[in-house]
Ligand binder design. Structure first.
Ligand SMILES: CC(C)(COP(=O)(O)OP(=O)(O)OC[C@H]1O[C@@H](n2cnc3c(N)ncnc32)[C@H](O)[C@@H]1OP(=O)(O)O)[C@@H](O)C(=O)NCCC(=O)NCCS
Length: 177
């Protein structure tokens, strides 16, 4: 029997954000990625238009990914990625991420880094080849390092403090074509 969960036979397209979809993209950022300021998304798009991506399914915007150059040379930051919740677990997020990495690589970056939302989102990035580097927490209005991970086992066995925080992850890009 066909696995419907994995069916992506409906036509979809991943491409740089175009003006016609700017309002839909903005709505999606506000709904799924509220920590990101829309104005910053637009500013970064000016410099890296091919890394400000939308996923269209039958002509309707269903996913987005965007980022910017890090202060660290050679590193590109994924600021946000989202797929509409009705379409989760169909591989669209991974396809968007792969296209984002390709664009970052084409701009000359050799690494993508990100601060992951908690829970299953970390599994999403690990599934896509990202390595957990450290856990950071918000303490007295500042971002503080809570733990640097020695390796994956260390990350997996780590008991997180009560404070809100995020895991920093990285992936080396090996000249994707
Ligand atoms: C994170 C997100 C983009 C993933 O999109 P998606 O299209 O569902 O991702 P994929 O289908 O490509 O998932 C690939 C793999 O990631 C892991 N994964 C994804 N969602 C998962 C979940 N809910 N539980 C466990 N693992 C999950 C699985 O290993 C999955 O492979 P599988 O389905 O074969 O088991 C989507 O959940 C989302 O938009 N979340 C809300 C926004 C958000 O939090 N963005 C990240 C900000 S840092």
């Amino acid at each position: 029997m066909m696995d419907m969960r994995k069916s992506t036979s409906t036509s979809f397209l991943i491409m740089p954000l175009s003006e016609a979809y700017a309002d839909d993209f903005c709505r999606m950022v506000r709904e799924y990625l509220p920590g990101n300021a829309w104005e910053e998304v637009l500013t970064n798009r000016k410099y890296f238009p091919n890394a400000t991506l939308m996923l269209l399914r039958d002509g309707v915007l269903r996913g987005c990914a965007f980022g910017r150059a890090s202060k660290r040379p050679g590193e590109f930051v994924l600021d946000g990625i989202a797929v509409e919740s009705q379409l989760w677990r169909n591989g669209y997020g991974s396809k968007l991420l792969a296209q984002f990495e390709k664009a970052a690589n084409a701009y000359g970056f050799h690494k993508v880094s990100l601060g992951s939302a908690g829970g299953f989102v970390e599994k999403f990035y690990i599934h896509n080849g990202y390595r957990p580097i450290c856990h950071k927490v918000y303490r007295d209005g500042k971002i503080c390092l809570a733990r640097e991970f020695a390796d994956f086992a260390d990350y997996a066995s780590y008991l997180r403090p009560e404070e809100e925080g995020f895991v920093v992850m990285e992936k080396e890009l090996l000249n994707i074509s």
